[in-house]
Ligand binder design. Structure first.
Ligand SMILES: *Cc1c(COP(=O)(O)O)cnc(C)c1O
Length: 377
């Protein structure tokens, strides 16, 4: 087999050109312009509604500090997070730009100082929380979550009836009524209709100052009857497919570029990686790439998961380890060199997630912390 030396050793190294040499650290490239165009696509799909944005879990792993202002620039005025701490981050990121931020996980009196300091609006999930908010901070705007069938958070059927009968503090500054779909990614699931009917009955009671919000990404795709006043997409903004069995109109806005650290030529019988789970049956050129499960490429992405080099598919060989992944260059057309970026995610986000028995959400929110993060505007 030919001896392959790294291209670097054949270059003239001087201190003047050193910063232009290939870098071994993996990069995470987030395209904020694509997030904005996904936002505008959602707006075009629901011209009668406002488009809010769910930016929980660090904007699905992409970086709330950068993503939140990009969405505000695109016109977003309603942000949603799971935790109060995420709301703080979103508020800081807005740098004074006016927008409402709602916290899904409920009203917890211990968090009142933080809610006040960062102007965050709790989402009331039961009547007890409504009473506590009424007692402690009636002037703090809030949303009320009515459970319409997912049975996780929100007022249950009995509490919903009691609330609508006025058995509750009426001094609350309620800005939104929300509910959440359980099966929006399965358009034919009968629970979608059932939930729509239940939430529509609640929405009829909303005063004109209260906006109703029902549709997550999948819900937007279910059509106008699901849209109400404010959409609440997360995944679609970042380009995940709301319904993996249908082509998605949204663009994936994140990719990993992990450089090749070494290129190797294996002989038939040579194994690769931990557990020696894959063995060459023909002469095989492989590249060892600087990314692994520490970067969020799940171990389950191994053996057959797809990466790309210059747009050409290069399958993952053997196990994904913490810092390294081996890919097969045997069918790669062209010369590959150490330092060349091997690409993960991008348009392969959904296929890679399903190969791993995961969903695109999981791959996004597990993106690692040690990337050199690059934001394109
Ligand atoms: C996460 C979440 C969303 C966003 O869901 P996507 O499927 O990512 O669009 C909307 N509403 C609630 C209550 C959520 O928890």
């Amino acid at each position: 087999m030919p001896v392959r030396s790294s291209t670097i050793s054949r270059r003239v190294l001087t201190n003047r050109n050193i910063d232009r040499l290939p870098q071994p650290a993996p990069r995470l490239i987030v395209d904020l312009a694509k997030i904005q165009s996904n936002y505008k696509k959602l707006q075009a799909m629901a011209p009668q509604s406002a488009v809010g944005a769910v930016v929980k879990a660090n904007a699905y792993g992409l970086g709330a500090t950068e993503v939140v202002p990009a969405l505000a620039d695109a016109g977003c005025k309603h942000f949603y997070v799971a935790h109060t701490s995420e709301g703080e981050e979103a508020r800081r990121a807005l740098k004074g730009v006016d927008a409402e931020i709602f916290v899904f996980n409920g009203f917890w009196p211990a968090e009142l100082p933080a809610l006040r300091a960062f102007e965050l609006f709790p989402v009331i999930n039961d009547l007890g929380q409504a009473q506590q908010l009424d007692a402690l901070a009636q002037d703090l705007p809030c949303a009320v979550h009515f459970d319409s069938g997912i049975n996780r958070l929100g007022l249950d059927a009995r509490e919903t009836a009691a609330y609508l009968d006025g058995e509750l503090p009426s001094r609350l500054q309620v800005r939104q009524y929300i509910s959440h779909l359980a099966c929006a990614d399965e358009p034919d699931h009968p629970l979608n209709r059932t939930q729509l009917e239940r939430f529509s009955a609640v929405a009829e009671h909303a005063e004109s100052t209260i906006r109703c919000s029902f549709a997550n990404s999948g819900g937007v795709m279910l059509g106008p009857s699901y849209h109400f006043d404010v959409l609440r997409p997360g995944l679609a903004l970042y380009g995940g497919a709301p319904n993996p069995s249908q082509p998605s109109p949204f663009k994936v806005c994140v990719k990993i570029e992990a450089p090749i650290l070494q290129i190797r030529d294996l002989q038939p019988g040579d194994p690769i990686g931990y557990g020696a789970t894959w063995t060459a049956t023909r002469p095989t050129r492989t590249a060892t790439v600087a990314a692994g499960y520490a970067d969020g490429i799940l171990r389950a992405c191994g053996e057959g998961g797809m990466a790309r080099l210059n747009g050409q598919p290069v399958p993952i060989l053997g196990r994904v380890s913490m810092d390294l992944i081996s890919v097969d260059l045997s069918d790669y057309v062209g010369e590959a060199h150490p330092g060349d970026p091997v690409c993960f995610l991008g348009d392969d986000l959904d296929p890679l997630a399903s190969h791993a028995g995961a969903v695109s959400y999981e791959l996004l929110v597990r993106l690692g912390l040690r990337f050199n993060r690059v934001y394109r505007r």
